[in-house]
Design a binder for this molecule. Sequence first.
Ligand SMILES: [Zn+2]
Length: 86
Amino acid sequence: MSFTITCPICGKRDLYEFRFGNEERGPAPDQEGLTPRAYSEAVQMHTAVGGPQQEWWYHRDGCGVWFTTWRDTLTGRETDEKGNIS
Ligand SMILES: [Zn+2]
């Protein structure tokens, strides 16, 4: 069984059509009032959760859209936000 990602435009496709864009972390913090180190950590440090996490994906070999989806980092399978396989 191959891994798949569901593009909102094209539907469920093979994982190899996509580029991983990292975990969804919300908007970058306002730089004002933050030290360079604190800003760098806020932008570049990852939580590396074990389980469902919301991630950015780019449909590189398809429609060229960036979108978010949920994936269980322990199994590699796409899920809903509660970890149920979709
Ligand atoms: Zn697509």
